[in-house]
Design a protein around this ligand. Structure first.
Ligand SMILES: C[S@@+](CC[C@H](N)C(=O)[O-])C[C@H]1O[C@@H](n2cnc3c(N)ncnc32)[C@H](O)[C@@H]1O
Length: 253
């Protein structure tokens, strides 16, 4: 897929209809989460994340990352929503990783390792990825998925909260993928800047900027003289009707 790129004004006010439509997108997710959590609590089914791991263990082809991504995408389309970047926006991420030719990549928010596997599949052989995930259970599932994919060689998974771990990072990054809790995007970007962790020319790729209406983050990257920012409109993961978008901001170009 070749995404349509739209340069937006520096000011981040989203058109009203996009905000309104994104509310439906968020509500549909909340509804699916409530149903799933009820079924899990009443022991009618296992947590969806464990169901996915079981399917991957049973059906994935070892050392074949695409077979794992397909199993996860099929589950999210046919069973229950999963908060991965998904196949459509995933292709935008794949292209950004390739185009950036990044050698040292940081990922905030791993969940089941879906985006991690996409990044590892598309980065150059000599590149390295460090991922941060706060939830230990999700991190363990991601680790198993990444091992099955055969891509764990150039990957470091750190378990803990981004705000605790970012100050302890010692290298500079030339690509940061931000996809953890939405109220932390701006804080953590500023933390990365404060600790001098962004290389000159670094790409910062932020997911879900429309779905969750991340105006404070967008205002910041679009008005800061240190970033050149570009918006790519798309649909929410696993949806054909709920608008979303990603923001790619380049640091001190
Ligand atoms: C949207 S999911 C990540 C999806 C993943 N990037 C993908 O596309 O496959 C968000 C993840 O961020 C994690 N998270 C939330 N707050 C965090 C924090 N402060 N530090 C690290 N991880 C966090 C959550 O536990 C969750 O697994």
């Amino acid at each position: 897929m070749s995404p349509t790129k739209n340069k937006l004004n520096k000011k981040s006010k989203m058109p009203f209809n996009i905000n309104r439509k994104s509310i439906l997108g968020v509500l549909s997710l909340v509804y699916q989460e409530i149903i799933d959590s009820f079924l899990t609590k009443t022991k009618i089914k296992k947590p969806k994340e464990l169901e996915v791991l079981e399917l991957v263990k049973k059906k994935a082809i070892k050392n074949n990352p695409n077979s794992i991504l397909k199993i996860i995408d099929d589950y999210a389309y046919k069973s229950t929503f999963l908060m991965n970047i998904g196949d459509q926006k995933g292709e935008i991420l794949d292209k950004a990783i390739k185009d950036s030719r990044a050698t040292n990549i940081l990922e905030l928010g791993v969940y089941l390792g879906y985006s991690t596997i996409r990044i590892l599949s598309n980065m150059m052989d000599n590149s390295k990825l460090t991922s941060i995930e706060a939830n230990e259970k999700f991190a363990q599932i991601a680790k198993e998925h990444i091992e099955i994919s055969g891509l764990s060689k150039n990957h470091i998974l750190k378990i803990g909260k981004s705000s605790d771990l970012i100050p302890s990072l010692e290298e500079q990054y030339d690509f940061v993928f931000i996809d953890h809790w939405k109220d932390l995007y701006l804080k953590d970007l500023q933390l990365l800047e404060e600790f001098g962790l962004l290389k000159q020319g670094a790409w910062v790729f932020a997911d879900n900027v429309v779905l969750f209406n991340l105006e404070d983050y967008l205002d910041y990257v679009r008005s800061s003289p240190d970033f050149k920012s570009e918006f790519i409109p798309t649909m929410r993961e696993y949806s054909k009707s709920h608008p979303d978008g990603v923001e790619i901001s380049k640091y001190k170009l």
